[in-house]
Unconditional design. Structure first.
Length: 278
């Protein structure tokens, strides 16, 4: 019996080329499919059995039919693709501006104590404030046109992008920086060839987080006298208790955000293939 237990618990020798101890390693393609299928089945079961009223949770078939109805006939005299295009332009326009300003500023904050001391307090001050709290200020300062909507989404995206870039500067090893200086590299060359590549994983992760905040702020942004957009569709349908339309809007927003997240993951694997392997 002791020999059997010893044989079962004895560690096997590592084979050449075999890797152990990497968290999350291995294929799991079937798990997301099974998870989604389980959620859809439970949704269908709950609605079919009548455990929840259709007003609170319509059936998957009702949501599917509503999607085709909006696709063919539009919503509030606007085509479905126009709603999607307008919301996408607002979110990614604000996100692009946040990246163009936030990434250089975050890198500068990580490099310079003076710049960090100037910009860190206001960013950290407004970062935890919900967008709905400063929504009235956006209306007072920028009116009810597109500027206030884009600014609200911009502020939601800006803080995580800037702080992620600032944190990424610390990822550069001091030995690499000293080695670059010893070979005669200038401050700009150290920034370009040592610090920026080391900060890229943090920056890309911050971009994924930032665009997520942008999509969560979309509905609040399109509450500002909007007549078009997916967020406006969700908000307007909720006022008339059109639950199926609300769910359609939520699924569309989630699908677009998920597609962008998959794109960012592919960019991470292509640009920073060393992430998680050092």
């Amino acid at each position: 019996m002791k020999r059997l237990l010893s044989a079962m618990t004895k560690a096997r020798a590592t084979r050449p080329g075999e890797v152990y101890g990497v968290p999350g390693q291995g294929g799991s393609a079937w798990v997301p499919v099974a998870s989604v299928a389980t959620i859809l089945f439970l949704w269908w079961l709950v609605t079919t059995m009548g455990w929840v009223k259709p007003l609170f949770l319509p059936s998957p078939q009702a949501v599917w039919n509503k999607f085709f109805d909006i696709w063919q006939n539009g919503y509030t005299n606007t085509s479905f693709l126009a709603h999607v295009g307008i919301s996408t332009a607002r979110v990614f326009g604000a996100f692009l501006i946040a990246c163009l300003i936030g990434i250089p500023l975050g890198l500068a904050m990580g490099m310079s104590p003076l710049i960090r001391g100037i910009f860190d307090p206001p960013i950290e001050f407004y970062r935890p404030i919900p967008p709905l709290a400063y929504l009235p200020l956006m209306i007072i300062w920028f009116g009810i046109h597109e500027t206030s909507k884009v600014m609200l989404i911009f502020l939601a995206c800006f803080a995580p992008v800037a702080l992620g870039a600032r944190a990424g500067v610390r990822s550069a090893a001091i030995e690499q920086i000293h080695a670059a200086y010893s070979f005669g590299a200038t401050r700009w060359q150290v920034m370009r060839h040592v610090i920026l590549p080391a900060a890229l994983p943090e920056i890309l992760t911050a971009m994924r987080v930032g665009v997520g905040f942008g999509w969560t702020t979309l509905v609040a942004a399109e509450m500002i006298a909007a007549t078009k957009g997916i967020g406006y569709t969700v908000y307007n349908a909720s006022k008339f208790m059109q639950t199926s339309t609300v769910i359609v809007g939520i699924i569309v927003i989630a699908a677009i955000a998920y597609a962008f997240d998959m794109l960012m993951r592919w960019v991470e694997r292509s640009v920073v293939p060393w992430k998680g392997r050092m």
